[in-house]
Ligand binder design. Sequence first.
Ligand SMILES: Cc1cc2nc3c(=O)[nH]c(=O)nc-3n(C[C@H](O)[C@H](O)[C@H](O)COP(=O)(O)OP(=O)(O)OC[C@H]3O[C@@H](n4cnc5c(N)ncnc54)[C@H](O)[C@@H]3O)c2cc1C
Length: 454
Amino acid sequence: MKQADVVVIGGSAAGIPAAITARRHYPEKSIILIRKEKQVLIPCGIPYIFGTLGKPENNLISDSVLQDNNIELVVDEAKELHAKELDPKEKKVVLASGESVLYDKLILATGSAPLALPIPGFDKKNVYTIKKDVQYLQNLLNALENVKNLVILGCGFIGVEFADECKKNRDINVTIVETLDQCLQIVFGEGACKCCQEIEDYLTKKGITIVTGTKIEKILGDEAVTAVRLSNGKEIQAEALIVGVGVSPNVDLAQKAGLAVDKWGIVVDTTMRTSDPNIFACGDCASKFSFFTGKPSSLRLASIATTEARIAGANLYEISRKNPGVIGVFSTALGNLTVAIAGMSEKGAKQCGFDVVTGEAEASDRHPAGMPGASKTWVKLIFNKINGELIGGAVRGGPSVGELVNTISACIQNRMRANDIAIFQTGTHPAVTASPIVYPLVTAAEMALKSMRG
Ligand SMILES: Cc1cc2nc3c(=O)[nH]c(=O)nc-3n(C[C@H](O)[C@H](O)[C@H](O)COP(=O)(O)OP(=O)(O)OC[C@H]3O[C@@H](n4cnc5c(N)ncnc54)[C@H](O)[C@@H]3O)c2cc1C
């Protein structure tokens, strides 16, 4: 029988930072992290295994981060959980090997698994969901060697990244099928901005076919997929189908232990505590609420998982952090084009009942624009008209967009108003930033203020 003050179940985007945060806040405590897989994939890097990185082994989280923080690793599957508050037995985790681990405080970071969609033929060979599993992804990589026609279901961030990567160094026809009218519309909102159109243009130029406004109704073939039938009646030949949508939180362990669980995940309060005060949950397995509306949120992102993990890890023995709710920050890069969004799209905000004012600006991210590595950066900011607070921002440009969207997220989280952003003290340099005179984040706020005055 093993024993530790703090036990974490899960070794990915939530489990690791939860354990590290516990170590930082409670240096005297013993910590064990239990995870079922030998090697942990960087989840956000999975699409790049199929092109840029070449194999799953090039996309792993190193265990050295655990050793460096004096966290004991146990590779085993947690099969059963005893929670003292709910169960008169001792507080322990029972593992598949038969070993038990006693805990004082427990963090559940058991993540999510892809959904099996209710499409006839979904169980056919060569229909792949995106499992965070080295051998499974290696099998998909091997299968692609014999595929001439690949169909990808879903044109969100994961779908477009898979399409672009699978097309690299491979003689293969790639078709993406999307229910909505445009790529990435699920994130950027309908008719939102140039981002969706430019991503479609990029993919089309690469020879990728995009079929929007229709669904995959049936997966055809005997044992293995040979084609998909769309709801518009058309059929597309396919020797493999990759499904890039839908995950469901892993709640079994918590549910069987008697913890409160709902359709959004393991129920937690703003301190990340579950219905048992000694057990916390964070990441994809935990329920979430929107920063903007307070309503349940279905967003599942590594950025959310790590934030929640840092709250859970810090709060184990003394509550010091509170979860402000999910803002939702997305970014992706295809070729030289990067698109990103933080918070609400204009359309999404209106659907939630916000009266909005927007401002847009475009400028080079170097000055003068002839400096090496310069890209034009376009920014759109969305403000709540009632109180002037920033509630969303979309960005398009080069690699600098990846951090610009994080600045926007910081402004949202701190409830900054257009006027605060207009007098934002930006550090600038010709080789690394936009000109302070036309800094697009500041100009977009000024444009929104102009509309507000108007
Ligand atoms: C292809 C893809 C690309 C993505 N790209 C991005 C991106 O660019 N940006 C972004 O923010 N998000 C991205 N995401 C989402 C992100 O990957 C998830 O939000 C993130 O992985 C959640 O982390 P987690 O630790 O909560 O769960 P998971 O990553 O699902 O990890 C769960 C962990 O728990 C372990 N576990 C589960 N049950 C047990 C058990 N019973 N016993 C022991 N161990 C157990 C698992 O083995 C695993 O270690 C992407 C997701 C995918 C699939």
